[in-house]
Ligand binder design. Structure first.
Ligand code: ADP
Ligand code: MG
Length: 682
């Protein structure tokens, strides 16, 4: 069979030819035609007039009706950018980047000029920028510097139905800002109909419905529960593909692992099975998830060559944030990944959960945008009716709120339990997060912000990471910790090419500092620096050059903040024990003790040995980024948690231990950790 995995080369060549052939004029014209075909265009005048008459408007419209790409442009065309920027917030970074790119093309300017975007550690705007897409987190931080958001004439809070943590906090803040600023327009958009809640929260403001243009979608439930949704999705995709019916396929998977990593991933399996068939038609399988490099992300929007079907494999990013035209078939695994605070371990954990009915309906809706479609749900009708929640629980009610608490405190909100939330977080969560900030020294005994806390707010980082930077100055290793924190802020440093697993693992082993994954990161960065930040060196060592460049940028940005805050930058040279101690000072509350073979009260975790990648804050199915610490440090730095007990002659101290040298065949060492309770000493 002819299968082009992602058809990268051919696809790219084809697209290039095509766009070169069409003249610049024709391209512009067709973009304009596309804009005018969107459902929102039919109601442009009414929409602008209701916005003129009201400071706050809720706009409801189906995904793909043009809210995200058009509203900003309409406001720009109507003169709002004459006295401030039009800002548009997105819960997802990918959406902010991708939509800004699209809109800059529609307006006919370069990205970063009239139309730009800002996400954490990446500001692609300039003095010229009048339309700014950004993550909701960015706007939240801007409100710290400029409490009335004076740079903006209008703010669009997009994807409000997602109810992301930052959006929910912004709701409360913006409600007050609009009350203070008569010249600010606030538009809240939602893809779902449950907008009454938004309207009443903002004081019975008008709701504007964009008439939809949707086609019927056949919903097909699985007759029996599926044991393996990846396997089921592969089968379903192949069945559709070989049926001869025309139309692109969109598959929803919970996470990146299912798409590209687990059992080689869904994409690999589709391609492999198709390859076994003779004369199978060509299928272009394209992934989309948040960590995918942006040049590959852009591919999902390109039209496939004639006779080639597109099959997009997405996380819930494609549910409402990004719209791809031409989808006729949707395959829904029924799962998504959610960040949920786990009180037992005191951390957020990113885990796979069943989706809600609202998610399911959004997903199936993707099949009916350009014509009648079909949605295959890989779960039973009874599971849909009886097991799924109607809507997903808002993030604010299920995650760690430490950053939110810090932010609100520094905005002068005294009593957080009185802050006007649309759906207040459980009091326990709030108190738990305040407790975490207290143990980090950010809040004092009365719950007020301490100088350390005030300094922590300056950094766009998790509280523990900012704390680490702050204590490193006194401990004389701030230059080193700065590098480590920067390395932790970038997702993937190492790569393992499929054909060279062994070689890449061997090279990686050379960087390993046995007692600490953090020090391993430092080691990588320092060696890269010694090699003049060379990309050849990166390639030779199976390290992503782009990621390392990003680390360098992040480092520069964090360094600027440190300089502004008069924090001194010193390196501890080769005395790396100080660095481990500094890490301990910020993460003592996440210590665990390795206890091989123990059964009671133990948390079974996988230490991911090779991919020492992510930040300590998120415990996935395995512990990542581990550093061995001295038990006595725990008692010294986290006295509210640990004390040294004398039992007989031997001193009992808590001890965390890394195990970086127990390779098993699947590169995961299975170890048992005892998680010490997170209750303070009386
Ligand atoms: P909504 O926000 O109402 O869901 P959007 O404004 O995002 O709608 O989408 C409107 C149209 O713009 C869709 O048809 C979509 O395919 C197109 N579009 C959005 N982003 C891009 C992009 N990066 N490349 C190509 N087309 C895009
Ligand atoms: Mg949108």
């Amino acid at each position: 069979g002819k299968v082009d995995y992602r058809t990268e080369q051919k696809f790219a060549e084809h697209m290039k030819e095509k766009s070169e052939a069409s003249s610049e004029f024709a391209k512009k014209k067709s973009l304009l035609e596309q804009r005018q075909y969107l459902p929102i265009f039919a109601v442009r005048q009414q929409l602008l007039s209701i916005i003129r008459d009201n400071n706050i408007v809720i706009v409801v419209g189906e995904t793909g009706s043009g809210k995200t790409t058009q509203l900003t442009q309409y406001l720009h065309e109507d003169g709002y950018t004459g006295y401030g920027m039009v800002g548009c917030t997105q819960p997802r970074r990918v959406a902010a980047m991708s939509v800004a790119k699209r809109v800059s093309e529609e307006i006919g300017s370069n990205l970063g000029e009239e139309v730009g975007y800002a996400i954490r550690f990446e500001d692609c705007t300039s003095e010229k920028t009048v339309v700014k897409y950004m993550t909701d987190g960015i706007l939240l931080r801007e409100s710290l510097r400029e409490s009335d958001l004076d740079h903006y004439s209008a703010v669009i809070m997009d994807e409000a139905h997602e109810r992301s943590l930052n959006t929910d906090v912004l709701f409360g803040l913006l409600r007050e800002i609009v009350a203070r600023r008569a010249d600010l327009k606030l538009i809240v958009t939602s893809a779902t109909m449950d907008s009454d809640k938004f309207a009443s929260f903002f004081g019975n403001v008008p709701i504007f419905h964009i008439p939809g243009r949707t086609f019927p979608v056949d919903i097909l439930f699985s007759k029996t529960p599926q044991e393996d949704y990846v396997e089921a999705a592969v089968k379903q995709a192949l069945q559709i593909h070989l049926s001869g019916l025309v139309g692109d396929i969109l598959i929803f998977m919970p996470g990146q692992e299912d798409i590209e990593v687990r059992h080689q991933g869904l994409i690999y399996q589709i391609v492999e099975r198709l390859g076994e068939l003779e004369n199978a038609p060509v299928l272009a399988v394209l992934p989309i998830y948040s960590q995918l490099p942006s040049d590959l992300q852009a591919k999902i929007f390109q039209k496939a060559p004639d006779g080639v079907r597109k099959c997009i494999v997405a996380t819930n990013i494609a549910e409402t944030s990004l719209t791809v035209d031409g989808i006729m078939f949707v395959i829904d695994s029924g799962y998504c990944k959610l960040k949920v605070f786990n009180p037992r371990i005191g951390m957020d954990a990113l885990q796979v959960y069943p989706i809600s009915q609202a998610n399911a309906n959004q997903r199936s809706g993707r099949a009916g945008r350009t014509g009648p479609g079909q949605c295959y749900r890989l779960y039973t009708q009874s599971a849909y009716k009886n097991e799924m929640l109607t809507t997903t629980i808002p993030e604010i009610q299920r995650t760690n709120l430490a950053n939110v608490v810090l932010l609100l405190k520094s905005l002068g909100v005294q009593d957080l339990l009185l802050f006007h939330f649309m759906d207040p977080p459980p009091e326990d969560n709030m108190l738990n997060s305040m407790y975490q900030l207290w143990i980090l020294g950010a809040l004092d005994n009365t719950g007020a912000l301490t100088p350390t806390g005030r300094l922590m707010v300056e950094f766009p980082l998790d509280p523990a990471l900012s704390k680490m930077l702050i204590v490193s100055c006194d401990m004389g290793c701030s230059a080193d910790i700065l590098i480590i924190v920067s390395m932790l802020s970038v997702p993937a440093i190492f790569y393992r090419p499929k054909v060279q697993y062994q070689a890449s693992d061997q090279v990686r082993e050379k960087f390993a500092v046995p007692e600490s994954d953090h020090l391993t990161f430092l080691n990588v960065y320092l060696q890269w620096k010694n090699n003049n930040y060379s990309s050849i060196w990166c390639n030779d060592h199976f390290i992503h050059t782009k990621a390392m460049r990003k680390v360098r940028e992040v480092r520069a940005q964090l360094k600027d903040i440190m300089v502004q805050q008069r924090m001194n930058l010193v390196s501890c040279g080769s005395d790396w024990d100080v660095i481990r101690k500094c890490i301990c000072a910020a993460y003592f509350h996440q210590a665990a003790k390795l206890k091989v073979g123990a059964q009671d009260q133990t948390l079974s975790v996988y230490i991911h040995l090779i991919c020492i990648l992510y930040v300590c804050g998120v415990l996935q199915e395995y512990m990542q980024c581990v550093t061995a610490v001295d038990g006595e440090w725990l008692a010294e730095l986290g006295p509210m948690f640990y004390s040294i007990k004398h039992a007989g002659r031997s001193r009992q101290v808590f001890h965390l231990h890394t195990h970086t040298h127990t390779h098993t065949h699947n590169n995961k060492g299975v170890a048992q950790f005892r998680c010490y309770s997170f209750t303070p000493c009386p």
